[in-house]
Design a binder for this molecule. Sequence first.
Ligand code: NAD
Length: 333
Amino acid sequence: MAETLRVLVTGAAGQIGYSLLYSIANGDVFGKDQPIILHLLDITPALGALGGVKLELEDCSLPLLRDVVCTDQEAVAFKDIDIAVLVGAMPRKEGMERKDLLAANVRIFKSQGTALETHAKKTVKVLVVGNPANTNCLIASKYAPSIPAENFSCLTRLDHNRAKGQVALKTGVTAAQVRKVTIWGNHSSTQFPDLRHAEVTLATGETKSAYDAIQDENWIKNTFIPVVQKRGAAIIAARKLSSAMSAAKAICDHLRDWWFGTPENDWVSMGVISDGSYGVEKGLLYSFPVKCSNKTWTIVQGLEINDWARDLMNKTAQELVEERNDALEACNK
Ligand SMILES: NC(=O)c1ccc[n+]([C@@H]2O[C@H](COP(=O)([O-])OP(=O)(O)OC[C@H]3O[C@@H](n4cnc5c(N)ncnc54)[C@H](O)[C@@H]3O)[C@@H](O)[C@H]2O)c1
């Protein structure tokens, strides 16, 4: 059996936490021979509910789960961790300005970045889910300078999975038959869900480009893109709660692929630190198409970018620059 992994989930008493913890503890993410100790962090008023989650985890009777540490103390939560899934964040409240929301989250992710620096293993892998995910991730990384920036990523896999789902529905195949979709940029409504390099294997067994399989460019531009961009809002409008089941599934997909590698003939979308690829400003936390192997991601190179795509990629980059500048300003206050 492998050495026990310490996996931190923050905001663990929340609705994503409730959908996520079972899969991690059951071996669906890090493997069926990987013992796990869960570190669960939430704020003090949520400790009662968190205790209930711990009772349920015990009742699941999971062979890989060695211990569950519930705490409201970062020093305990971040101690010696191998993986950090940062889900807890300040939600937008009525009347709250975007800048105020950013500033509130900067406080959280500055503190958690510092806790990573001080208490976590230097090899820790960090996935930021709490919104605004890209900018929160950038801030956490900034305050953990001794941990490589490549160990930080943010979740755009939910958008990626949504894009695959929409193409599968449109072409009458399953999501497994859709490959090489890309989410560029911010996990927000400015993201660019890109099908220009995507492929679909049709029921006949023939593999076509997504554009040829769909045969409806108007649908791609005027239905597919806005549906994926605004899917989060559509779920809130219907459920009166934000996506949790699909978010938890996407977190598991992201972590599993980072850990075990992506399939040979496919790639995934991850928010990662830009090295300047595709003209995206170096140092921006931007979603790219990536392949993973040996627990390391690499940005897929050489994809053709036309003027239309460039425009959409720049728009979402611009939003990220503004978010970053506001967040950095808030850091110095
Ligand atoms: N990136 C994505 O694709 C994606 C998808 C869905 C949701 N989200 C985001 O994930 C976050 C969590 O969503 P949810 O539905 O679970 O929310 P939720 O409100 O149900 O749960 C959030 C939990 O975080 C806790 N929390 C707040 N501040 C904290 C802090 N400083 N430290 C530790 N815990 C803290 C809260 O007490 C709560 O238990 C939100 O920011 C949401 O916008 C991101």
